[in-house]
Ligand binder design. Structure first.
Ligand SMILES: [Zn+2]
Length: 546
C-alpha cells in the first residue's frame, strides 16, 4: 500500500491500539510472531487447505485449516498462530486429537510422539469466534463487515502487517510459504459470492442450509498476508491476455453497478501487464490467473487476486503521488499493487524488516510503467517527485525477528535508491537484465535483503554494498559539498557511511562528466572558467556549495 498521511495515521493508531507495538522494548509476543522459533523450525509448510464460513449476522467465523507439512528435523511441539478473540477449538492428527495450550497469539500444539525427520504429515486445526474488526483497512487489518451501496453484505479481509493469523490459523511468518499452494473453501449465504485467490474450481449449493461454498485453488506458493476473501454481490467479467507465459486468464469481480466504470478503467490492466512483463519478465502466476476484485478500501497486493478500491479514476484516490502531473496519467492502485505480483508475491521477504523488497520495488515499478508508456522524462519527473514524501525519520530496514517494519520511507526512498543505482550502473540493457534476473533467480522464493543486494552488485559488476547501507540502514542522505575557484572544482561527500564512494554524473559548463567523490576532498581542473555546475537529478543526493 502507499500514502504517507494515512501511513502516519496508521502508525499512530497502531501505537494507540497496541495492535502490535512498533516502538519500545521487544515483547515476547513480537519475538514469537517475528522469529523462526524452535517450534516453527522443524516443519516446512507444503499446503494449506482453509475451509471457513462467514456468518455476518453474528459477525463470526467458523472453520478449519488442514496444514500439510514436511519435517526438516524431528519434532513434537508445533507453534500455530491465531490471534484472539478467535480461538482454536480442536487439533486433529489422523485419528487422534492433540493437546494444545494458548500463549497470547500463539498456540503450542503437542504431538503424541515425536515425528521423525523427512516425513510428510498433516494436522487439521479447527477454529471459530468473533474475529478482530479492521480498524483502518488495509493499514490496520482484520475483517470488515461492510455493506455495499445497495445495502447488501460486502465483507473483506485484510492482513498485511497485522498478519494472516488475524483471521485464520497458520504459521504466520514470511519465511515459510506453502510450496504446493493453498485451497480456500468459503461458505456464505446463498445470496452472496465469495472471491478468493487463484482459480474458482466449483461452487456447492446447500439448498437446505441456504449456503454456497466457493472452492478456490492456488497452485503456487503464496504469502500468508496475500490470502484474502471478499464477499459481496459480485458479478464476473472475464478476459484473456496474450503474454510472455502464453494466455493469461483475467477475471474482474465487481459489484453490478460498478461494471461500466470498471470495464473502462480496467483497460489499464493489459497496459500494466505489457509494461511489467517487459521490465520484470513473465507474470509469475499464469497457472493461478490474474484478478482484480473491487473492495471497500483503496487496494492490496493479494496474490493473483489484487484488490481494488481506487474509485475507477487515475492517480491515487484522485491525488498525484509526485505532485508533478504524471501521477494522474495512470491508475496508481492497478499499477502499484500489480507490481507486487513480481516484487512481494513472486519474490517475497523472509522477514518483515526487509519489507522494502516489496514496497521499494513496487514504488520504483510505478516509474518504470510510466517510462514504458510515456517516456523517460515523465518517468524521471515521477520518481524524483515522490522524494517529497521522504521523511528520513528511521532507517528503511526494520528490526529482524520481531515483525517490526522499517520506516514508511521504504516506498519513495526505496524507489529513489533503485533509480539512483540504475544511474550508477548507467547501462539500461544491464539494468533490464538485472530486473529480469531477480525474478528468475528468486522465482517463487522468499529472500533476505542481503540476497537482493548481493545479486544486484554481482550482476552490475559494482560493489554497491555501501550504497545499500547508506540508503537502507541510515537516515542520512549523502551530501555532496563542492567549491568552485576559477577553473578548479573541488568536492567531497559528507554524512556518508565509511567507505561510501558512489559515482555521480555532474554537468560542468554544459558538459556531463563522471566523478567519484569520497569523504576526502578531490580537485579537478578545467580548461575554462567554471560558469555552471549541476548534479544529474537522477542521483538522490543533497548538494551544497561550500
Ligand atoms: Zn505496496
Amino acid at each position: 500500500m502507499n500514502l504517507r498521511l494515512i501511513l502516519l495515521i496508521t502508525l499512530l493508531l497502531l501505537s494507540a491500539t497496541g495492535v502490535f507495538a512498533q516502538t519500545g522494548d521487544i515483547t515476547r509476543q513480537e519475538t514469537l510472531r517475528g522469529s523462526i522459533t524452535p517450534e516453527r523450525e522443524w516443519w516446512d509448510v507444503l499446503h494449506y487447505h482453509l475451509q471457513v464460513e462467514f456468518l455476518p449476522e453474528t459477525r463470526r467465523l467458523r472453520g478449519s485449516n488442514t496444514i500439510t507439512f514436511k519435517t526438516v528435523k524431528a519434532g513434537s511441539r508445533m507453534q500455530i498462530d491465531l490471534q484472539p478473540p478467535l480461538a482454536i477449538t480442536k487439533v486433529t492428527h489422523g485419528e487422534s486429537q492433540l493437546k494444545f495450550e494458548r500463549e497470547g497469539n500463539v498456540y503450542w500444539v503437542t504431538f503424541e510422539k515425536e515425528i521423525p525427520k523427512g516425513v510428510e504429515d498433516k494436522v487439521e486445526v479447527f477454529y471459530e469466534g468473533v474475529p478482530t474488526v479492521a480498524k483502518n483497512p488495509p493499514w490496520v487489518g482484520g475483517i470488515t463487515w461492510g455493506r455495499d451501496d445497495l445495502g447488501e453484505n460486502f465483507i473483506v479481509t485484510t492482513a498485511q502487517g497485522i498478519g494472516a493469523s488475524i483471521w485464520w490459523p497458520n504459521k504466520d511468518h514470511g519465511a515459510d510459504e506453502p510450496d504446493r499452494g493453498m485451497q480456500i473453501d468459503v461458505t456464505v449465504s446463498e445470496r452472496l459470492v465469495a472471491v478468493s485467490n487463484g482459480r474458482l474450481k466449483k461452487v456447492d449449493h446447500d439448498v437446505s442450509a441456504k449456503t454456497k461454498t466457493f472452492h478456490w485453488e492456488v497452485v503456487n506458493p503464496i504469502n500468508n498476508y496475500g490470502v484474502n476473501v471478499n464477499i459481496g454481490n459480485y458479478v464476473n467479467v472475464s478476459d484473456k491476455y496474450n503474454g510472455k507465459g502464453g494466455v493469461l486468464d483475467i477475471n474482474y469481480w465487481v459489484l453490478p453497478h460498478q461494471k461500466e466504470s470498471a470495464l473502462r478503467q480496467f483497460k489499464e490492466v493489459p497496459r500494466m501487464l505489457e509494461a511489467f512483463e517487459y521490465w520484470f519478465g513473465k507474470y509469475p502466476f499464469y497457472e493461478d490467473g490474474y484478478k482484480l476484485v473491487t473492495v471497500s478500501y483503496p487496494g492490496m497486493e493479494h496474490q493473483s487476486s489484487v484488490t481494488y478500491g481506487n474509485w475507477f479514476r487515475n492517480g491515487y484516490l484522485q491525488r498525484d503521488p509526485c505532485a508533478c502531473g504524471v501521477g494522474m496519467k495512470f491508475d496508481f492502485i492497478i499499477v502499484h499493487e500489480s507490481a507486487h505480483e513480481w516484487f512481494g508475491n513472486n519474490i517475497s521477504m523472509k522477514d518483515a524488516a526487509d519489507m522494502w523488497i516489496h514496497e521499494g520495488f513496487a514504488n520504483y515499478a510505478e516509474n518504470l510503467f510510466v517510462e514504458y508508456h510515456f517516456g523517460k522524462k515523465d518517468a524521471e519527473d515521477y520518481v524524483i517527485g515522490t522524494r517529497r514524501s521522504i521523511r528520513n525519520d528511521r532507517p528503511i530496514i526494520g528490526v529482524y525477528g520481531t515483525n517490526r517494519e522499517g520506516s514508511g520511507d521504504m516506498y519513495p526512498k526505496g524507489g529513489n535508491m533503485l533509480h539512483t543505482i540504475r544511474h550508477v550502473i548507467n547501462d539500461d540493457a544491464k539494468w533490464l537484465s538485472i530486473l529480469h534476473g531477480l525474478n528468475t533467480e528468486f522465482w517463487h522464493q522468499t529472500v533476505t535483503t542481503q540476497q537482493i543486494e548481493n545479486f544486484i552488485s554481482t550482476k552490475a559488476g559494482i560493489d554497491l554494498s555501501k550504497v545499500f547501507d547508506q540508503y537502507l540502514r541510515t537516515t542520512q542522505i549523502p551530501l555532496l559539498k563542492y567549491e568552485i575557484d576559477g577553473k578548479t572544482l573541488s568536492f567531497h561527500y559528507e554524512r556518508v557511511v565509511k567507505g561510501f564512494a558512489m559515482p555521480l554524473r555532474v554537468n560542468v559548463n554544459g558538459k556531463e562528466i563522471a566523478i567519484t567523490p569520497t569523504e576526502t576532498k578531490q580537485t579537478l581542473d578545467f580548461p575554462d572558467e567554471i560558469k555552471s555546475f549541476e548534479v544529474n537529478r537522477n542521483f538522490y543526493v543533497a548538494v551544497a556549495k561550500n
